[in-house]
Design a protein around this ligand. Sequence first.
Ligand code: SF4
Length: 379
Amino acid sequence: MAVTVHEIQAKSILRKSKKIDSWFITCYGMNLYRGCAHNCVYCDGRAEKYNVDGEFGRDIVVKVNALEILKREIDPVRKRVPLKKCFILLGGGVCDAYQPLEVKYELTRRTLELFAAYNYPVHILTKSTLIKRDADVIEKINSKTRALVSISFSTVDRKISSIFEPNVPCPQERLETLAYFKSRGIACGMFYMPVIPLVSDARDQMGQVMARAAELNLDYVIFGGMSLKHGRQMDYFLDVLRQHYPQHAAAYGKLYPGSQWGQAVSSYYNKLNQQFYDVLKQYKTSPRIPLHLFNTILGQKELVIVVLDHLDYILRLQGKPSSYGYTAYSISKLKEPLQEIIEKGTLKSIRGFGDFTEKIIREIMSTKKCGYLSSLLNC
Ligand code: SF4
């Protein structure tokens, strides 16, 4: 598909989040491009909320001065407040860092070279096999700090992928790309999302995906259902769905009644997560990025937040109640260093904290490990 390229001068590149993202282990992301020629039918970037001008899969904005701006934003010598210790995410948002224009512009490659020079750990998420071009830089980052390579899948079925992900390499090629990086000693995982309701969400389809992940001995599989915001995203998706799966179109109206974030009804997600957990139990793959891959990267507060978020996720996946997510959020709001609060003995005065939670936090802070999380992941 021909694309129209719009070269622009960006004012800023690095996007900072207030609370560390426990899915990606990052506080920083960026879009070197806006719009994505991969043109996945379900892409969230198409929604009005993200203000991507023009036609999403055809009009691609290239931030041609990205490196110059980024250098200013991350240079440790120029920054009064250093960046938080975490991975910097390349991917997600409103573009794929390895969409076809990257062959010409090399913004992602040059960004990786910059991170390598400044010793920043990087997490890359893509659907493209073009990432193999940059294996040398990724290996360099990994030898200095750490690099994570994640590739996303909504299915491993070639036909379904060709309908909903028309311009990306087929699932088999993506799996081979993961194998390529695994064989080079890079930690790799799958972002198994979005699973497409009624199209790629059946139990046997999930089993096929998890079996492929297990064959490759992936370090993690992060699972998620699909969101669909009313407006451009939903209209585009339903047009394609009606062409290929007309029998399912009516059900989508009930599944996606129109929430602000495009969420499906909670009963659907609950059933989907339960099914994922049942399949997951047959394999040893971690449903979260494992602690040993980031416990030497994160600062103390971020490490505690991520571990508590991961506890929350696993407990809920197992159908158990949890307030660890709330606790993690409360910690993210603290102004004082966690160590000082613990030393003053005031941690338990914060809502959501009990003896067991304090014990977990102390263990994470002193050992960078969490026995409770390990025990949950092993059951
Ligand atoms: S690769 Fe990612 S950003 Fe690009 S269209 Fe697909 S879902 Fe959207």
